[in-house]
Write a protein of this length. Structure first.
Lengths: 296, 357, 369
């Protein structure tokens, strides 16, 4: 969405012309969307279902996808990694967002900065930083062994632990921000009212704060899950052979095997699954909240 | 079933600013007491300390003989109605009202019965399935009341409960609150910045200013016998004139205005002759007559007349002295003056008050 | 089998529907203006490699002929496909490896090289194994045993692939390439299992895979690009690595605790290839004749430690310089050439061995996890 907005910023003079004819502006925006989003999607469909030779449609790629369980495993791995990441992000992100929303302004600023700053550095750089920190001779293991907590360095890298550390780090803001957004706007009088009515702090949280913040949690979980599914730099750098994601295989099929029809089919399958996740999340949290377009 | 409440020397500071400074109150069971004051006067902080949301720095709170100063809010058993009602938006009306019973592990059957009773009591029978967002402001207010009363607390705290309602609804709700108070015999501490609300609802009013109680007493105490110029100025309209206390007749006293003019007779207070004082006269206490009418009175000129329905508000200048505001009923048997007219003004000395400056 | 696949030059896909973006990006490729008659475009790998080429090849060639040389890249097959399919070809010459060439030949993206237009004498100095119909080998990379010298000081390093496969005698973390279009290192697997280096081809695929299975538990990291591999080696995360020897030498020169064991290495060429639809044939062959010269190649080898394909280059290099190059006569004798024909051969299913083994590699990795 931001892309459309940014690219559609016309000059002042042009803006006047646009304003005179709002229909033109809408048509322009639609055309832009059609070219940038719809055409590539259509070509994806074209490749995925093109028949052998010159004419006709074919389900060959689909049946290949259905028949080859390598890709099923990769889909499964991808969804498993994404689900675990989402769970960890929720377990860390919710208390974090809660603290952000309820603490004093100075600490809240600090917490916001702490979660946002890594957000602005490249995924590649962050993944490489984790490699330095988590390695066999990395800082973390040097400390743990230096303090005598471990005899031998722990395997924190090139396995699912490394993948999760890296992915949670990258994706945590997407969990924290929607939850924080809801919690910060939650009337502090509500948990207070619950307390006055006889609820312990825990009961007030369970019966009032938590249910009212569930849409934020659902929005965060949907975002994290969707992003996690498309991830591949982090699993590639920090993961082991068990962390091979579908995005990596799509890349291999498209770039190295030049098998675009099958790559298109894989992409469509992934896209369909992501859309399904989004639909589930939207049913629970509202599409606007997930897309970050909710009114304040 | 009302509970008594004692507050002794309650204090609360936020950094260098003192929100509440040594507030003491002794409220009898079943009494209706308003904390009246402008915003920042410490009334809400006092209420929040009673409710248990704000820990006091000093002092003690005793409910029905039990010290509750350090109890968490949920163990005080006090009902609270919040300014914006604080209804749980994800629960329907019945679940909102049933919430305190659920927290008290009341059985489902009992809960249903008591919720229905509570809703009937506030005139919302049959609306249990609605969500708060589907109710009008007045209905939400009633739900909040029902929820705060369903577990039969001995003390009900209300924080500006009518602030969000329009004028006519406010009147209805005032009647409703008085009725509930009478029926249930519950003790109510009511925070408001609206003097009319405080005057009409309360048994006693504690007027607060800068974290302290300036005066506590019945509505007529505060109106007729204000402890100082602040109280007099806060409650009702009044003319206040500074000057010196002088003798008036044998036992009476009057105030000689600093601006000059005739001495203004007033009820003798405890003030020495010659002391600096403020003369206070409520505008409805004075009567107006033609300049040549018989009887005593002070001569004055009408400066301005504002017609406001049942009365007109007149600004008068005493000959050689200060201005006074009076209210004159718009009745045929009351003297109707004109702007610029010379008139005579009089009042019973007992209706005017001398306050230490 | 390529030197330079890596995350760094992959299209970034971190957007919402990431996967669809990956596919879409090659087609929104923006094409620069078409080269005019006096210009050729060489698509290479950028970085120090292109800088060195500019210095010893492009600039001297421009001076000698007046034909401008522009560099662009990276020469990914997917980009070439997008160009050729859209009929808007802006590249003339590619600098790329055999697997990429085979994939592009399959997709009909390359012109065959007309060897009759090349200088017979210069060509004669380049081993015939490097005269591929669609690519002329000019710069030789090799997969070698690259190791951390702190883990294996004073010549204690594994010296054969059987050593690398032996986790008892040679303790330490291994790393092998995976992803990025790299074929599995089946030759090494076969050799480790006892197949003599000169009898590796035609590969006994099943025997090689069985041996490859034994490698799996020894490998700590299946790395995705060679820069990563070198980084892991120099930080000590990895002790033994199967990666590009010349890259190990670059790191060694920069002071990293890394050295290269040339014994058992597998040699493969980077090649000059001509894009289908290139309209500067004359200039292209002029360029090729210029850059296959032994002296030019020697100059390049002094700047980047990849082996020159022309044996004539060693006439222009000192003995010390030659020792560190994988194509010096001594080192050449210790290694074997990748059999391009075997990897390019079409199997029963219509795909090349290369394609089939890349796919099988992914399958092996995914399912055995």
């Amino acid at each position: 969405m931001t892309l459309v907005a940014a690219s559609a910023v016309p000059s002042v003079k042009a803006a006047r012309a646009w304003r005179a004819r709002p229909g033109l502006m809408i048509a322009g925006a639609l055309a832009f969307c059609a070219i940038v989003y719809l055409l590539p999607m259509l070509s994806l469909f074209g490749w995925a279902f093109q028949g052998q030779g010159s004419s006709g449609a074919s389900l060959a790629q689909l049946s290949r996808l259905i028949g080859d369980d390598t890709y099923h495993y990769a889909f499964f791995t991808t969804f498993k990694i994404a689900a675990i990441t989402t769970l960890i992000c929720a377990l860390i992100g919710y208390p974090y967002a809660y603290l952000m929303a309820t603490t004093g302004p100075r600490l809240a600023m600090l917490l916001t900065a702490a979660v946002m700053i890594p957000f602005w550095t490249s995924v590649l750089a962050r993944s490489l930083a984790w490699m330095i920190l988590l390695g066999r001779k990395g800082v973390v293991n040097e400390w743990l062994t230096g303090l005598g907590l471990l005899e031998r360095p722990a395997a924190l890298l090139f396995n699912s632990i490394g993948v999760q550390i890296g992915m949670v780090h990258v994706l945590l803001p997407f969990m924290v921000l929607p939850i924080w957004s809801i919690l910060s706007r939650l009337d502090p009088g509500l948990p207070r009212a619950a307390r006055s009515l006889g609820a312990s702090p825990a009961a007030a949280f369970i019966h009032v704060t938590l249910p009212l913040s569930l849409p934020g949690l659902a929005a965060g979980a949907t975002l994290v899950f969707m992003f996690a599914i498309g991830f591949y730099i982090t699993p590639a750098l920090l993961g082991g052979p068990n962390d091979l994601t579908i995005a990596s295989l799509i890349e291999m099929v498209v770039r190295d095997l030049l098998d675009w029809p099958f790559g298109a089919m894989l992409s469509l399958a992934l896209l369909g699954l992501v859309a399904l996740v989004f639909a589930c999340g939207a049913a629970f949290a509202g599409a606007g909240r997930i897309a970050g377009m909710e009114g304040r | 079933m009302g509970a008594s409440l004692q507050i002794n020397g309650l204090g609360k500071s936020y950094g260098p600013s003192q929100a509440v400074a040594s507030v003491s109150l002794d409220i009898a069971a079943g009494e209706f007491v308003s904390l009246l004051g402008a915003s920042g006067s410490g009334k809400t902080t006092t209420l929040m300390m009673i409710a248990g949301f704000t820990p006091p720095d000093a002092g003690e709170i005793v409910l029905d003989g039990q010290p509750i100063t350090h109890l968490p809010p949920e163990r005080r058993g006090i009902g609270v109605v919040f300014q914006n009602y604080a209804l749980f938006p994800h629960m329907n009306v019945a679940r909102n009202v049933g919430f305190p019973l659920k927290m008290r592990r009341v059985s489902a059957a009992d809960t249903a019965r008591r919720v229905a009773e509570a809703l009937a009591r506030v005139g919302l029978a049959g609306l249990g399935e609605r969500l708060p967002a589907q109710l009008s402001g007045g209905q939400q207010q009633r739900v909040a009341l029902a929820r705060a009363l369903v577990y039969e607390p001995g003390l009900l705290l209300m924080d500006e409960p009518l602030g969000a309602l329009d004028r006519s609804l406010r009147e209805t709700m005032k009647t409703e609150i008085r009725r509930l108070h009478r029926q249930l015999g519950i003790t109510i501490v009511y925070v408001t910045h609206d003097q009319e609300e405080a005057l009409t609802l309360s048994d006693r009013i504690a007027l607060m200013d800068r974290g302290r109680i300036v005066q506590i007493g019945s509505a007529s105490d505060l109106y007729e016998r204000p402890a100082n110029a602040f109280v007099a100025g806060f409650i009702g309209e009044s003319t206040m004139i500074g000057g010196k206390v002088v003798r008036d007749g044998e036992a009476g006293q009057a105030l000689l205005p600093a601006t000059g003019g005739p001495p203004l007779p007033a009820r003798p207070g405890g003030l020495r002759e010659g002391a600096e004082a403020t003369f206070l006269l409520r505008p409805e206490k004075a009567s107006l007559s033609a300049a040549d009418a018989p009887g005593s009175g002070l001569r004055a000129t009408v400066q301005d007349i504002v017609y406001v329905g049942e009365i007109s508000r007149l600004t008068l200048r005493l000959d050689g002295g200060p201005e006074l505001t009076i209210k004159q009923p718009n009745r045929a048997d009351a003297y109707q003056a004109k702007i610029g007219e010379a008139v005579k003004i009089g009042w019973a000395p007992d209706d005017a008050v001398l306050l230490a400056a | 089998m390529t030197d330079r696949s890596g995350l760094s030059r992959r299209s970034i896909l971190l957007g919402g529907a990431g996967a669809s973006l990956t596919i879409a990006s090659p087609f929104v490729h923006v094409t620069p203006a078409r080269a005019d008659k006096g210009e050729i475009v060489v698509a290479g790998w950028g970085g120090s490699r292109t800088t060195a080429m500019r210095e010893v090849m492009f600039t001297p060639f421009e001076k000698a002929t007046g034909i401008r040389v522009r560099d662009d890249g990276p020469p990914e097959a997917a980009k070439v496909k997008a160009m050729v399919d859209s009929g808007n070809v802006t590249w003339d010459i590619l600098d790329t490896d055999i697997p990429a060439i085979l994939a592009m030949v399959n997709a009909k993206l390359l012109e065959p090289i007309d060897y009759s237009k090349l200088d017979k004498a210069k060509l004669g100095k380049i081993p015939p194994v490097l005269h591929h119909p669609y690519g002329l080998g000019h710069l030789i990379y090799s997969f070698n045993i690259v190791y951390n010298t702190k883990a294996f000081p004073n010549g204690t390093q594994p010296k054969t692939w059987a050593d690398v496969w032996d986790g008892v005698k040679f303790k330490g973390a291994r790393s092998f390439p995976f992803r990025g279009g790299l074929s599995p290192q089946l030759e090494f697997a076969a050799i480790a299992d006892g197949v003599p280096a000169d009898k590796v081809y035609p590969l006994d695929i099943e025997r090689a895979w069985a041996s490859h299975d034994k490698l799996r538990p020894l490998v700590t990291k299946w790395y995705a690009n060679h820069a990563e591999a070198i980084q892991l080696l120099s930080s000590g995360e990895i002790d033994i690595c199967c990666t590009i020897g010349p890259r190990g030498l670059v790191a060694k020169k920069e002071g990293a605790p890394i050295d290269v064991e040339f014994a058992g290495g597998k040699l493969a060429p980077d090649n000059w290839a001509i894009v289908k639809g290139s309209r500067n044939a004359e200039a292209v062959y002029q360029f090729l004749n210029f850059v296959i010269d032994g002296k030019v190649q020697a100059e390049l080898a002094k700047r980047i430690p990849y082996g020159p394909s022309s044996q004539d280059a060693f006439a222009h290099l000192s003995e010390a310089e030659a020792k560190e190059l994988n194509t010096s006569p001594d080192n050449l004798a210790k290694q074997f050439w990748t059999d391009i024909d075997w990897w390019g051969k079409t199997a029963e299913n219509g795909k090349t061995n290369n394609e089939n083994q890349i796919e099988r590699y992914a399958r092996w990795m995914v399912k055995r996890g």
